[in-house]
Structure formats: C-alpha cells, structure tokens
Design a protein around this ligand. Structure first.
Ligand SMILES: Cc1cc2nc3c(=O)[nH]c(=O)nc-3n(C[C@H](O)[C@H](O)[C@H](O)COP(=O)(O)OP(=O)(O)OC[C@H]3O[C@@H](n4cnc5c(N)ncnc54)[C@H](O)[C@@H]3O)c2cc1C
Length: 412
C-alpha cells in the first residue's frame, strides 16, 4: 500500500508497468548494458501499447478522462492534474526493470517538456511530426534536449552556444555534451544565448529537426551506468533555424513568463520528481534482490537472517526507500496540484539519489565478492545509481536550492 492507494488509476499504472518491466525489460537489461545499445525493439513494443515518444506534447489523460492540460478557464481554481503522479509511479517501475532502458523509453520527454510548456501550436505540430514514423534504420524516432556544454553543466547561465539573428532566421553555433539521445534524435530542443550581455535572461530554446544543415550529431559517450540510454555530443555550426521555431515567442509578445531560462528551470522542477522515482526503482531492485538472498542464504552455516547486523541493514534500507518514495511523491503531488514545488522537487531527487547509491553500495558489501563479478545484477544497479547524483542537477546543486529555500541566501 502507498499514498496513492486511494486512486485505482495509480495502482493500475504500477501493475501494468511493473508487469512490463518484469516480462520485457529485465530479460534484455543485461544485453543492452553490455552492448551499450539502445533497446530499439523494446521501444517499438512500448510505443505499440501507448508509450509514445511525444506523450508529454499530447497530454496525459487525467482521472476525469480529459486531457490533463484542459483548463476550464474563468476564475475557477485550476483542477488538479494526475500526470506527475502517473509519471513517478511509472518511472519507479520501469527503472526497477532497468534504469538505462527506462531512460531510453522516456528520454524524449526531456525535450517534449519545454515544447509542451512553451511551444506554440505550430511548434508542437513540428515536434510531433518529427517523431512520427520510423527512421532510416527502422527505429522509432526520439528527441533530445541539448542544454549542457563541455564547460557548462550546473551553471547554465554561462552557455557558450549562441544564436544570432539573421533576417527571419536564427543562426546557432556551439557544442553540446552529455546529451541523452544526442546521436540518434530526430528532433532537438537546443538552448542558446541570444544576448550574451543579458546572462541568464538571454537564453532561449529552439526546435531543430534532424537534417537541418549545420546540426551535426556527434560522438557517442561510453558510460559507467545507464548504458542502454544513448548519451552523445551535438554540434551546431552555422545552423539556421526559422524564427518561428524559437520557444517562448508568444510570451515574448506580451504574455506571462519570459520564455527563457526561468521557464527552463520550472521544467526541471517537473522532471526532477520523475528522475527521483527512477532512483527509487534502482534502490528497490537491489533491496528486493538482497532480501531474497538473506531469506535463503547462510553465513558459516547459520541463516543470514539470524545475523542482527544484516537484519538492521535491511531495516535501514527499507526506511530510506520508503522515505525517498514519499518525498518524490510529495513533489509530484504538489506539481499536480499547481503548487510551488522547487524545494520539494530537490529534496525528493537528492534523497532518492543518495538512497539508490547507499542501498546498492551496502548490497554489494553484504553479498561479498560475488557482487563484483561483471554481469551481476547488483553490480549493474550500483553502476546505474551513480548518475542520479549528477544529472537533472547534481547533489550539491539540489542542496543549494534547498538551503536557499530555507534561508533566502544564495550559498557562495
Ligand atoms: C548520462 C547523462 C545524461 C545527460 N543527459 C543530458 C541531456 O539530455 N541534456 C542536457 O542538457 N544535459 C544532460 N546531461 C548533463 C548533466 O545535466 C550535467 O552533467 C550536470 O548538469 C552536471 O554538470 P557538469 O557535468 O558540467 O558538472 P559541473 O557543473 O561542472 O559540476 C562539477 C562539480 O561541481 C559541483 N558544483 C558545480 N557548481 C556548484 C555550485 N554552485 N555549488 C556547489 N557545487 C557545485 C557539482 O555538484 C559537481 O560535483 C547528462 C549527463 C549525463 C552524465
């Protein structure tokens, strides 16, 4: 039972995606980890039963059966959505199967999110159209969100990629690094500086489709974990993009918001609960494996379960996993109820990332040398867990956000 017990919808998502993870993801997880290959076949299967790469653009149907974004207008308070809670329940289950595969299945959401939030109807259409059909390899099409650069990760105000106006086009130049789906994407949301003197306020997002001259997908990186998800460099060399493809243009024309970096940061607050939920999924996977072993195993002829230090470690793990899940769910609940969740999104993500690393590290220690063998499931979860302390804001950045929310002071 969990805090979503009251809504059968969330239970249904958990059961359906949990079954999918067990039957379809677990059997191929090791192969894609070893090969560092995207699970293209599985992605097709998932798409076949509704896990579309452009789902965030299309909108998730809420408890009422209406699209989540549907606003009744007028002075009525906004109705609660359910999409953030659905996403965290689903993410935990899929990452329990394999975090790399989970990211391959949902990585396009990173790009879809700013388009859904800031895109015009025409931009959404371009984005969806780019993801329609199969590519030249027969693979389903994916999207990438290109923000990070070789010298700019946490501090996104220092972006070196520029966009220069030339007639009714923007000309983009720069290099992006560590971009999920970066080599294969059919469509990119790239962030560039349009006014270096303006700092953060000058950063804008642009939709760029594959094949646009000057957009050059780059080298694929080799990684410690989540190896079923592709991470690559992306280069922009005199890449001309029509002005209609700049995100936030409606807001620039007088509507609320800036259409710029501020909106990007809000986007991260809605994706952080999902990333935190993935970390919970990894922790749970390692914990369940260990629990089964403890119940069946012996140490020097005595049942493992008779050793108090092992039992206490299991109890600590259960406490931390439950706490992480509740924190992540709280931030998703706040997002669904249109409440400011900046602090809680960071608390949930940072706590879950720490839990995943700690549980997998302790599981390795308790299992001993067998867990060091390449291909051992706990060894893989241990490697997969590390990334959750790095992307979507490092552990230190989450702590900056939390401490700033507490004190109003920016830590130096
Ligand atoms: C597998 C993977 C997938 C990724 N996918 C994407 C993607 O799809 N799109 C995208 O745009 N990016 C992506 N990234 C990039 C990711 O968002 C960055 O790696 C992350 O933001 C950290 O940036 P950095 O690596 O440049 O580290 P840095 O920002 O250089 O940080 C280095 C160290 O300094 C610390 N630090 C930095 N600033 C501060 C501060 N002010 N106070 C205290 N400590 C600080 C950090 O916590 C860290 O420990 C991905 C990364 C990985 C590894």
């Amino acid at each position: 039972m969990d805090i979503f017990h009251e809504a059968p919808m969330f239970q249904g998502v958990r059961q359906m995606l949990g079954a999918f993870a067990k039957a379809q993801i677990r059997p191929v997880a090791r192969k894609h980890d070893e090969e560092e290959s995207m699970p293209w076949d599985l992605m097709k299967v998932a798409q076949g039963f509704g896990m579309s790469q452009s789902a965030l653009i299309e909108g998730t149907k809420g408890i009422t059966g209406k699209p989540d974004d549907e606003d009744e207008g007028g002075d009525r308070p906004k109705k609660p959505r359910s999409s953030s809670r659905i996403a965290v329940v689903g993410a935990e289950e899929l990452a329990w199967g394999c975090a790399g595969v989970c990211l391959a299945l949902g990585g396009s959401g990173l790009a879809a999110s700013p388009v859904a939030r800031m895109g015009t109807a025409a931009q959404k259409q371009v984005f969806k159209q780019a993801l329609t059909g199969l590519d030249e390899h027969g693979h389903i099409k994916v999207a990438a969100m290109a923000l990070s650069e070789p010298a700019t990760g946490s501090d996104i105000s220092g972006l070196a990629t520029t966009a220069r106006k030339d007639g009714d086009h923007w000309v983009i130049d720069g290099h992006k690094q560590w971009i999920t789906n970066g080599a294969s994407a059919a469509v990119y949301v790239v962030w560039a500086q349009i006014d270096p003197a303006a700092g953060r306020a000058g950063v804008r997002g642009f939709i760029v489709t594959r094949g646009t001259p000057g957009l050059i997908p780059g080298r694929k990186e080799t990684k410690l974990g989540i190896r079923a998800s592709e991470t690559a460099q992306v280069h922009f060399e005199g890449c001309r993009v029509h002005e209609d493809m700049m995100l936030g243009i409606e807001r620039e024309r007088g509507q609320q918001g800036t259409g710029g970096l501020g909106d990007t940061k809000k986007m991260l607050d809605s994706t952080r609960p999902v990333v935190g939920a993935q970390a919970v999924g990894i922790a749970r996977a390692a914990f369940e494996y260990l629990l089964e072993r403890v119940q069946a195993g012996t140490i020097a002829g005595t049942p493992m379960a008779s050793h108090q230090h092992i039992m206490f470690e299991l109890a600590d793990m259960e406490m931390e996993i439950q706490a992480s899940r509740l924190l992540v769910h709280r931030s998703a609940w706040m997002a669904d109820h249109h409440q400011e969740n900046v602090k809680y999104a960071s608390i949930g993500k940072a706590h879950a990332a720490r839990t995943a690393q700690w549980v997998t590290t302790r599981a390795m220690a308790l299992l001993g040398e067998e867990a060091l063998e390449p291909g051992h499931p706990v060894e893989k979860w241990y490697r997969d867990a590390k990334i959750y302390d790095i992307f979507e804001g490092t552990g230190q950045i989450q702590r900056r956000i939390i401490s700033r929310a507490l004190t109003g002071v920016n830590p130096t």
